[in-house]
Structures are given as C-alpha cells and as structure tokens.
Design a protein around this ligand. Structure first.
Ligand code: 13P
Length: 254
C-alpha cells in the first residue's frame, strides 16, 4: 500500500522571517489527513528553525539539495550529516533547476542519492523531459535513462527508502500541467522500469510523485491516477490555503 505524500518545495523563496511566518501558519492551521504524509522543503537558511518549530506537527521537513562528500573544501555546498543535524529527514535530489541551471549530471545525482541513503535521509529523486524532448517523442527514453543512471548501483533493499518525482520541465512554474493521462502514462512506464530493475514488489511499493504546476484546481484529477502517489508542489506551496487544499486532495474511490 502506497501512502500518498504531498511535498512543498519552497525553492529559493521566502526570507527567514517570511519562512517562519509560513511555517507558523502551517503548524497552526494545517491538519494532515491520517491516510497521507506531508513534507516541506525550505531554503537551507531556515531549515533548522523550521524543523524545530514543526517537530511536534505531522509535517516533515527536508532539504532541497545536498553534496555527496561528508566534509571538506566544497565552498557553498552542504553535507548530508549537516542536513540531518539541522533536522531534515528527506532531501530533493536532481531537481530540473539543478540539472538545467546548475549543470548537475546523472552521475552527480547518483552520488547524492547514495550519500543521502547512507545518512538515512530519504531522497526524492527528480526526473523529467524538456518540451523539445517531448515534442521529439523522446519522453520515455529521457526519463528512463535518468532513472537508470540516478539509481545506478542501488539494491532493492536500499530502494525502499527512495521516492521518485516525475517533473516534466515544461510544466514547472509555467502553469501548464501535464494532464492526468500524460502523468499516468509516464508514471506507469517508470513503475514498469522499477519492476524490471528491482523486482515487482519494490516497484509496487515505490512512491512516484508528480510535480509541475500542481494547484488546488488540478490536484484531484492527478491524484485519481493509479500510479500518481503524491505531488511535489512549487509555487502553490508558498500559499498556506492553496497548500492546505492540495494536502486535502480528494482521495479517489476504492
Ligand atoms: P511549480 O509547482 O511552481 O510548477 O514547481 C514544481 C516544482 O518544481 C516542484 O519541485
């Protein structure tokens, strides 16, 4: 049984005071239905304060990135043990903004996934195609290659702690969401590939989130798809009432 996860990626938004205000609002006002999980991913500068604030709430706190080495001369980077000490229990890895703006490779994604798992941080591994790749009919190729390379060398046992997020690049921050059918098609192909790589039981248990312009108006349709197990929400996670409505998506019958 897969327990849905709604995750809010705050990206590089909200100064510390605004981040604390949003976290306070979530703590006071957000009840999470018992059949699902919720997590938020604030900027590093607010991670520790927010994880302390939300310690007794059902909302988990994670980081938006990590570096695979334990320490050393890596100016500007942050290690998994630092994130753990700051209260993170999850980490987003390979977000398309990191791949496309900061040049992060599949090989780096794979190193980060292994480092996160070694520190008992649950990685959310992001994959997704650009519009040009979709238009060229290469969606499946692109996401399966990212999946294989990003998860390279993991055992089925290690995979138990990995979450995948399908985030089509053309849908991120654009207001253009994949239709439920488009998301379902890709999620089903990712699950089939997970089955081939790690066995069917693991594939059936792995959460695959959808991300890309998820809003109160489209979350129910996406979550009605059998292989969509949650959402990775950007813009709408910065608005308390929108995020609340997304957490309270209407569970499909049965
Ligand atoms: P938007 O919801 O703003 O499109 O962002 C999606 C995303 O990138 C989440 O990681």
């Amino acid at each position: 049984m897969r327990r849905p996860l709604i995750a809010g990626n705050w990206k590089m938004n909200l100064g510390h005071a605004d981040a604390l205000r949003l976290a306070d609002g979530l703590f006071a006002g957000i009840d999470v239905p018992p059949d699902r999980d919720c997590a938020i991913f604030p900027p590093f500068t607010s991670l520790q304060a927010i994880s302390e604030k939300l310690r007794s709430s059902p909302i988990r706190v994670g980081a938006q990135n990590c570096y695979p080495e334990p320490d050393g001369a890596f100016t500007g980077e942050i290690s998994c043990s630092m994130l753990k000490a700051a209260g993170a229990s999850m980490v987003i890895i390979g977000h398309s903004e990191r791949r496309h703006v900061l040049g992060e490779s599949d090989a780096m994604v794979s190193r980060k996934v292994k480092a996160a798992l070694a520190h008992r941080l649950k990685p959310i591994v992001c994959i997704g195609e650009t519009l040009a790749e979709r238009d060229a009919g290469r969606t499946s190729d692109v996401v399966i290659t990212q999946l294989r390379r990003g998860l390279d060398g993991l055992t089925a046992d290690a995979m138990r702690d990995v979450i995948l997020a399908y985030e089509p690049v053309w849908a991120i921050g654009t207001g253009k969401t994949a239709t439920p059918a488009q998301a379902q098609e890709v999620h089903a192909s990712l699950r089939a590939e997970l089955g081939a790589l790690f066995g069917k039981p693991l594939a059936e248990d792995t959460l695959i989130l959808y991300g890309g312009s998820v809003k109160p108006s489209n979350v129910d349709g996406l979550m009605a798809m059998p292989d969509v197990d949650g959402a990775l929400v950007g813009g709408a996670s910065l608005d308390e009432s929108e995020f609340h409505r997304i957490i309270w998506f209407e569970a499909p019958e049965g």
